[in-house]
Design a protein around this ligand. Structure first.
Ligand SMILES: Cc1ncc(COP(=O)(O)O)c(C=O)c1O
Length: 359
């Protein structure tokens, strides 16, 4: 029986094999292996694509988040307000730079509510140094509304690790991307980027990810680290970027096909760059197993909110009962969505889902 994975990286590679192989061999011929011209070129292209002044290529989405948070230079131990239904890296980054995560509940689409953030910050201003909203599943969080109504002292870093395609970043201090292979734009290993319109933040990030080196190679201007992007990833990302808009269009068409029968179950209902198509059903684990038995590999993003993870629960300030966050975690299911998914595959997924859920 044909398998339908959650993401099919082999299928994507087979459509652009020659371009990718050329992109890799160019780097090998030039031996521009770390940073260098292929990373610089991708940084320029990604800044243009995202409509921002600056882009700094880094080693992953996690290191992008850590570096951007450090660049804010918040007092050690200040709070960063975020959500608990995210990939663990969002909260790891906050803790790893010596700041404190504070979580509030999300709306039914899994996004933070800007009004709620503003109300919370206004009554607890001393606590919060930064807001870290996640464009979860590729859905667009309304950063403009947040910035225009939030105290100007409070910074905003966007976790755009799932939202390649988004191109309005005028309302935050910086935004972070992951190019993990399964993302809308994926590298061939770990990679990430920070984009910003703030020159100081860009300069800080460039130095921080490269041992604090500025103009003089042997002068380390700060105690920093190595979070550099590899040349091969820079080159491959440039080759793939040419296809991103076509891939996003295909993702959108798949979403529209799913919507025909599954809209009433859909969680990811906000305007989206369609990284994941997420539905909500009470008997989630049963449906997941039925899909699996039919060689369909759906996923769950994410089954355990971070404040419920043993390693994190004492480290996160939870200021209310996270009713929606917790409700979603036990009932959500991510259906396969990737540009190469065929309409027959979509029909099969929908028919099994409808038959099992509505019987
Ligand atoms: C929302 C979110 N934040 C952060 C990350 C971390 O990115 P990376 O895996 O490249 O470190 C991811 C990637 O999975 C993500 O989805």
């Amino acid at each position: 029986m044909k398998q339908i994975p959650l993401v099919d990286l082999k299928a994507q590679y087979s459509t652009i094999k020659e371009e990718i192989n050329i992109a890799i061999s160019k780097v090998l011929e030039d031996q521009a292996l770390i940073g260098g011209k292929y990373v610089n070129r991708f940084e320029e292209q990604w800044a243009v694509y995202c409509n921002t002044k600056y882009c700094v290529g880094v080693s992953s989405g996690t290191t992008a988040l850590e570096t951007a948070l450090r660049a804010l230079d918040l007092p050690y131990g200040q709070y960063v307000l975020t959500q608990s239904n995210t990939f663990v890296a969002t909260i790891e980054a906050i803790l790893n730079v010596g700041l404190k995560p504070l979580v509030i509940d999300v709306n039914e689409s899994g996004l933070l509510d800007p009004e709620k953030i503003i109300a919370f910050v206004n009554s607890n201003r001393w606590l919060i140094g930064c807001i870290l909203p996640v464009h979860l599943y590729g859905q667009v969080f309304d950063t403009k509304y947040l910035r225009e109504n939030l105290s100007p002292n409070v910074k905003i870093i966007e976790d755009a690790c799932q939202a390649h395609g988004l191109s309005n970043f005028n309302y935050s201090d910086a935004a972070c991307f992951s190019f993990y292979p399964g993302k809308n734009l994926g590298a061939i290993g770990d990679a990430g980027a920070i984009i910003t319109n703030n020159e100081r933040i860009s300069e800080y990030c460039k130095k921080y990810i490269n041992h604090g080196i500025g103009d003089n190679k042997y002068v380390h201007e700060m105690i920093a680290t190595n979070y550099r992007m590899s040349g091969i990833n820079g080159s491959v990302l440039s080759a793939k970027l040419i296809h991103l808009d076509t891939w996003l269009e295909k993702r959108k068409n798949i979403k529209l096909s799913y919507n025909e029968k599954l809209w009433k179950y859909c969680v990811s209902k906000e305007r989206s760059y369609d990284h994941l198509y997420v539905v909500r059903i009470p008997n989630r684990d049963k449906i997941l197993k039925i899909f699996h038995d039919n060689n369909i590999f759906a996923g769950v993003h994410y089954p355990i909110p971070i404040h419920k993870q043993d390693a994190f629960k004492d480290k996160i300030l939870k200021v209310e009962y996270l009713k929606t966050t917790e409700g979603l975690s036990s009932e959500i299911l991510s259906l396969p969505i990737y540009p190469e998914l065929t309409i027959e595959d979509v029909e099969k997924i929908v028919s099994i889902f409808v038959e099992e859920v509505e019987k």
